[in-house]
Ligand binder design. Structure first.
Ligand SMILES: Cc1cc2nc3c(=O)[nH]c(=O)nc-3n(C[C@H](O)[C@H](O)[C@H](O)COP(=O)(O)OP(=O)(O)OC[C@H]3O[C@@H](n4cnc5c(N)ncnc54)[C@H](O)[C@@H]3O)c2cc1C
Length: 427
């Protein structure tokens, strides 16, 4: 039996429930990844929806995946274009028996899933949930009843839910497929997107792939033991280890949150559990929360007044927006963060909260412009985490407090007291 696995945000062989289930009976395996044509179109901020940073990172993930698949006799095809059309035509062209994929939470992505199932027929398609700590089928509430506020969500999960364990890696050997000599894109340049080189001042020179993800996990836990002080350092701005930096690998699925959880548990057993080791899992639960928020609110997550319908008189002033993007607002803390984002594709969580708050509360600019620019620039862009956090900060989403405004001057004094961070990016 020949399986076509549609890789999306699950670019890994380890703890990949959909891939494992689909390949149990398979004798031949083809992986397929599509750089969706919509990512190259203009977002509402007047720029593309993907930058060179993220495209390059994904490409590195795919190169790593290709090597992993080859080692078990599988292969990977990389395409660019219309996802639904390319999945359906590849399924037919390569005479596949079965399609598998990991479920997504994004409105657009779920639309693709539905279209593909209706084209191929549900008996030819198998999908599994696989990118959160929680098990979607055993939540202590229905998705419609997902608490709107994080704290009761966490309370219910911690009290009534058990996280599933990881599943084993796909290790069986597949038969090589003859007559399929590396179709699809073979080099990054064929994507026709300008690669962006990460500035040397970046907190980390992120490298895509399952191997690099596991190296980062090992570094943050066993090697540096930075995990043991995570709760105290996580609001930092300078250096590689103030926070885990797992986000780009989580966003691409090069590592699963359950793999991280199990490593943290081992670390707690051997090195010691404390508030910091718990706090990393707490943050991964925030990630889960936003995944479920996206599932619950679907297209309403992207609405001008959010799923809450909180009407505001947003400005659509491109001049001000451009100042924000370029880091020329005159607010040094905001400007330093925006320059970091532009030159590296990354920004700390503290920075993201401040620049988002500044855009929507100070400049009063449509929050969706900011979210759309972040979508383009972030190396760790994830539809649920990005749009969920933006709607949270803008007051149109899950923040129970209305109009929470970050005072960027006080924030700079507190989190960058001697100005070290601002000097790095403003000099
Ligand atoms: C406006 C805004 C936009 C954001 N956009 C994204 C995005 O597109 N992709 C993304 O992964 N994160 C996003 N975040 C959340 C957060 O800023 C990043 O996950 C975090 O900064 C990544 O760095 P880290 O891996 O070192 O985080 P750590 O502090 O080490 O946290 C560990 C992991 O927990 C998860 N996490 C932590 N905080 C959050 C949060 N607030 N929401 C969701 N998950 C969280 C992430 O997966 C992260 O990798 C956004 C936050 C804001 C305020």
């Amino acid at each position: 039996m020949r399986v076509l696995h549609w890789f999306r945000n699950d670019l890994r062989l380890t703890d990949n429930p959909a891939l494992l289930a689909a390949t149990r009976e398979a004798t031949e395996l083809i992986g397929l990844y599509v750089f969706d044509e919509r990512w190259f179109e203009e977002g509402i901020h007047n720029g593309p929806r993907i930058s060179g940073y993220r495209a390059q990172f994904i490409w590195e993930c795919l190169e790593d995946l290709k090597v992993g698949l080859a080692s078990i006799g599988g292969q990977l095809i990389i395409l660019k274009g219309n996802t639904v059309g390319l999945i359906a035509s590849s399924f037919t062209e390569y005479e596949c028996d079965f399609l598998s994929f990991t479920k997504h939470v994004g409105h657009e992505e779920i639309g693709d899933e539905k279209a593909i199932v209706s084209l191929l027929g549900s008996d030819k398609v198998m999908s599994r949930w696989g990118h959160t700590l929680v098990d979607i089928d055993n939540l202590p509430f229905t998705i419609e009843k997902l608490p709107n506020i994080f704290t009761p969500f966490r309370g219910k999960i911690e009290k009534y839910h058990t996280y599933p364990t990881t599943v084993e890696s796909v290790q069986k050997q597949f038969s090589p497929i003859s007559g399929m000599d590396s179709p699809g894109l073979s080099s990054f340049s064929e994507l026709r997107i300008q690669p962006s080189s990460i500035d040397e001042r970046a907190v980390l020179q992120f490298k895509g792939g399952e191997k690099a993800a596991n190296e980062r996990l090992r570094h943050y836990t066993w090697d540096s033991q930075a995990l043991s002080t995570y709760k105290e350092t996580r609001n930092g701005l300078v250096g590689a280890d103030y926070s885990s930096k797992f986000s780009p690998w989580l966003a691409t699925g090069s590592i699963s949150p359950r793999t991280i959880l199990e490593e943290v548990k081992k670390y707690e057993d051997e090195v010691g559990a404390n508030d910091s080791t718990y706090w990393l899992i707490f943050e991964l639960l925030w990630r889960d929360f936003f995944q479920l928020v996206a599932l619950k609110h679907s297209h309403e997550l992207f609405a001008e007044f959010g799923w809450k319908g909180y009407a505001r008189d947003w400005k659509h002033n491109f001049g001000l927006f451009k100042k924000w993007i370029d880091g020329t607002t005159g607010d040094p803390f905001v400007d330093a963060n925006m320059k970091e984002l532009k030159r590296t594709g990354f920004m700390s969580n503290r920075g993201r909260q401040n620049v988002a708050s500044f855009l929507v509360h100070q400049y009063k600019i449509d929050w969706r412009w900011g979210a759309s620019y972040f979508e383009e620039m972030l190396i760790d862009y994830d539809v649920a985490s990005n749009w969920g956090n933006w709607s949270y900060v803008s007051g149109t989403g899950n923040d129970p407090r209305k109009d929470r405004v970050f005072n960027t001057k006080l924030q700079a004094e507190r989190y960058d007291p001697d100005g070290e961070y601002q000097r790095i990016w403003l000099d």
